[in-house]
Design a protein around this ligand. Sequence first.
Ligand code: ADP
Ligand code: MG
Length: 729
Amino acid sequence: MSTLRFKMVEEASKRKPVCTEAPAKLTSAYFGSHVFNREKMRMYLSEETMKVVTDSVDKGLPITRDIANHVASGMKRWAMDMGATHYTHWFHPLTDGTAEKHDSFVDYDGNGGVIEKFEGKLLAQQEPDASSFPSGGIRNTFEARGYTAWDPSSPAFIIGDTLCIPTVFISYTGEALDYKAPLLKALSAVDKAATAVCRYFDPSVKRVFSYLGWEQEYFLIDEGLYAARPDLVMTGRTLMGHDSAKNQQLEDHYFGSIPSRVMAYMRDIEFEAYKLGIPLKTRHNEVAPNQFEFAPIYAETNLAVDQNLLIMSVMKKVARRHNFRVLLHEKPFKGVNGSGKHNNWSLGTDTGVGLYSPGKTPAENLQFITFLVNTLMAVHKHNALLKASVMTAQNAHRLGANEAPPAIISCFLGSQVSAVLDKLEKASAEEAIVMDTKKGLSLGIAHIPEVLLDNTDRNRTSPFAFTGNRFEFRAVGSSANCASAMIALNAAVARQLKEFKKTVDTRIAAGEAVSSAIFHVLQDYIKQSKAIRFDGNGYSDEWKAEAARRGLDCETSAPLSFDAYLKPESVAMFADTKVFSEKELEARNEVKWEIYTKKIQIEARVLGDLAMNHIIPVASRYQSILLDNVYKIGKLYDKEKAEKLSAQDCAIIETIAGHISFIKVNTDAMVEARKKANHIEDERAKAVAYHDTVAPYLESIRYHIDKLELIVDDQMWTLPKYRELLFTR
Ligand code: ADP
Ligand code: MG
């Protein structure tokens, strides 16, 4: 019956690794070959233009239209030398992913022919007809045009025949319609605020950069099997499927030897990534079967975000060459781990000091403690917002399941750093800060080891963990645009550092010594932010109760968690850092609610369809075979014997009938719930209705489908099973 499924499995298991063009050269010989980086700028731009562009990147200075013309002309020559014929403004709309509209360089030359043309105005700005991008009502379809504007801080690159220019996407009235515009604002805010604080310690600091190293987890599924699973195709996750007998319980996949077909894929990705200047460093098997990870060397946050978006799109394209499909969904399979994207985040100065690295000098250590404690304060104040920044319909499956961080944001510091803070909390200023004539300022009370042994006390259950020289924000989802989390985090820290500076300055103005003022404010902060520190098991029920007592946000409903963006403290924080206006926050929440509703709506429709036209027909066909059997037994044997012989079949028939009836009744009820929710006008209320009244059916219906999968003849089951999806490669 289900010959298609078996054919797919057979084909998948026979597939050989696809060998693609192997780079004959060393990586360093072609790294960044497709990026308009400084090396290319030097070749294609005049010295003067080059200087303005690099100053713009390094010092955040503006670029004039005249200079943009020069850059455009150099960029075009480079792109054409590379064989490019088209260009596009590449931007991050509020859907996760990127958008691009390609235009050819070709234009009339005025003499009946055509020439390749690309002017500064085309580089600097474009007006895509963007009425179909989500905007949360900022821009109704009558004022459809937003515009994209060049971001010189992220270099242009070439994919295939197209020059891609990273841009921001804003409405005509100036509101951000994307992730990049607010990200750049948040990075600028944290730069300003952190630089001001750094100057207490080193007046020569001119800039502070935010750094991000993402760890991208993903699943690879054979494309034949993928195509035979409409739920994967339509929603990115399996809406049904019983656990396979073996999944990840033997812990034999994590860091195991990489399967050769997957290895060929990874090498191909690395080849593409290196051409695009993405410094992939780590590749390995993840915990779940067929789950893997890539991580690059960390980079400045704006660039790192672009590189992550780029690699996600490259991963999808390259997968097709290898007859794979890549799943970036946060929870494609029930019962095995989902995928996240740990955001390793830190701040560092233009003088080369990592602000979360315990220093070599005692003054650097006070600076380290200053940034650490202010970060704790920011995360404490905005824990609900940080959670909202990573919450989506997909990631909600992961947060709170016992595999990823819980849906409560807390900070893990490890025993060494915790001990330092505990000591500082109780110390007097005289004890803590010693003036050492040779070394200057000294943290007398707390000696901080220069190298923290981060690997010795790791805590995988913590959503926001200090790991020796950085924080690891682990709650970010695998398909997410990292910018969402990075906007919230950098803006919150910026605001906190500003407040810190203000409080310290007030004390200094009142006559207190700088180090003593810093110390007293930090001591106060250590006390205030205690509730966010938690080194224990984040999966335990005790922690959930304890976190609620501590006043941390424990909301698990995705649509309700978005409310955190509109709380007065969030609105004030975003206004003060100039990252978002209240109007923008409202509009973006509309988009979040709308996307949530649509995702659940699609899942409910797909599940309903599959239940009615795959599952029930197959189950009742099998049931009818059993009925036939029982009937024939009844014809052949006397009543007593027949009853005995057909007892098992009869039991299965009844079980099947029970499941079918549940599935049918609840699918109908789910349709009704959807209809009712669809009448709601308000986006928030609609999303809440989808969460509360539609989503629960996805689970309950699935339960009965999965039970049927266990009973129904394997030959008849049409959908590839977990053991096939997860173990064929
Ligand atoms: P893990 O042990 O957590 O799995 P990985 O080596 O897989 O770590 O990834 C760690 C990521 O953190 C890498 O992208 C790495 O470049 C990045 N990273 C290291 N140091 C910093 C830092 N100071 N700031 C930001 N990211 C960093
Ligand atoms: Mg890792």
